[in-house]
Ligand binder design. Structure first.
Ligand code: NAP
Ligand code: ZN
Ligand code: ZN
Length: 347
């Protein structure tokens, strides 16, 4: 077994603290990655604090991982020692169901193995995430990382990037579409960059007036403070597509009314409480409410290649591992610019 160190949380109300554990030996299809950076997703906070239920403790969060390959199994073809590699939110799936066969492993009909707070395909071995110095992953679930981009700014693409790229591609967002991004945090700022790069007119809907200049810098064309009733009224029946990244309870009805005929709001954020939607807000204007979960492995590679080609990276604040609890508190206040990334050299 491979001795590994990281940070874990032992109970819903406990802080993150140093933790020693073991990774499996490198199998024939595995790569061993020395982790250099790991992004901090709001899903880490939800899960560490058991806001969704079913948390598995001790938990080592982290699913925005980049690092350097330090060993490869005998059958590995995609990587050699010294290559940069990335790992996102999933590390295995059944590989045989219809979803897996079409490259949508995140929708595996049998079981998809989350990078942490999950169990392996044996349904018993717990998985531990990227707030750690090493990880062993099957090469099939490991991504190639371009050497052109700065690694700490690439890490968040592995979740925030793919989670926003996938619905933009699925709904074929392009020039001529009016896209709203609700919530300018980790996912939101990637949604702005990606939607703008695809030619859409992008509006940020935010609770934080202070973020306006940043939103424009990120590529947004318009900025609406959601508490400003007049500005909000000005975008009724306006958008083709709304990407909702809000992590806290929100009245979806007032956002549905911002959609024009046949518009869609896709939910990415997962507040702990279930939302209520009045049917009229969908029936009038034939609106749709949808959801989307991260992205498959092939699509994640496509997104990484797209970002390398278009020079798209996350805006990050690099932190030391010991500052993770403070980062969670700042995240709860919406004080993120726009993704915390842990420098694993500080572990
Ligand atoms: P984040 O960086 O904390 O950003 C969330 C943003 O939502 C905040 O910056 C804030 O933006 C806004 N917000 C927060 N509280 C709000 C409130 N009470 N009312 C209105 N707006 C509020 O979080 P993230 O990492 O982007 O993740 C966002 C959500 O997506 C989380 O629930 C996470 O679990 C989920 N997620 C889902 C997937 C998926 O596959 N679907 C993948 C990753 C994450 P403003 O200051 O601009 O208002
Ligand atoms: Zn995430
Ligand atoms: Zn499957």
């Amino acid at each position: 077994m491979i001795q590994t160190k990281g940070y874990s949380v032992s109970a819903a109300k406990a802080p993150l603290a140093p933790f020693q554990f073991e990774r499996r030996e490198v199998g024939p299809h595995d790569v061993l990655i020395d982790i250099l950076y790991c992004g901090v997703c709001h899903s880490d906070v939800h899960q560490a604090r058991d806001e969704w239920g079913g948390a598995i403790y001790p938990m080592v969060p982290g699913h925005e991982i980049v690092g350097k390959v330090s060993a490869v199994g005998s059958h590995v073809k995609k990587f050699k020692v010294g290559d940069f590699a990335g790992v996102g939110c999933l590390v295995d799936s059944c590989r045989n169901c219809a979803s897996c066969k079409e490259g949508a492993e995140q929708y595996c009909e049998v079981h998809w193995v989350g990078t942490y707070n999950s169990v392996e395909m044996d349904l018993k071995t717990p998985t531990y995430g990227g707030y750690s110095n090493k990880i062993v992953v099957d090469e099939k679930y490991t991504l190639k990382i371009s050497e052109k981009l700065s690694l700490e700014r690439v890490a968040p693409l592995l979740c925030a990037g793919i989670t926003t790229y996938s619905p933009l591609k699925q709904w074929k967002i392009t020039k001529g579409h009016r896209v709203a991004v609700v919530g300018l945090g980790g996912l939101g700022h990637m949604a702005v960059k990606l939607a703008a790069s695809m030619g859409a007119e992008v509006t940020v809907l935010s609770t934080s007036p202070k973020k306006e200049a940043d939103a424009k810098e990120l590529g947004a064309h318009k900025f609406v403070v959601t508490k400003d009733a007049e500005a909000f009224a000005g975008v009724q029946n306006y958008f083709d597509f709304i990407i909702n990244t809000v992590s806290a309870p929100l009245d979806l009805n007032i956002y549905l009314n911002l959609l024009r005929l046949d518009g869609t709001m896709v939910l990415l954020g997962v507040p702990p409480e279930a939302p209520q939607v009045h049917a009229f807000n969908l029936i009038f204007k034939r609106r749709r409410l949808a959801g989307s979960l991260i992205g498959g492995i092939e699509e994640t590679q496509e997104m990484l290649d797209y970002c390398a080609e278009h020079n798209i990276m996350s805006d990050v604040e690099v932190i030391a591992m010991k500052d993770i609890n403070e980062a969670y508190e700042r995240m709860m206040k919406g004080d993120v610019h726009y993704r915390f990334v842990i420098d694993m050299a500080t572990l």
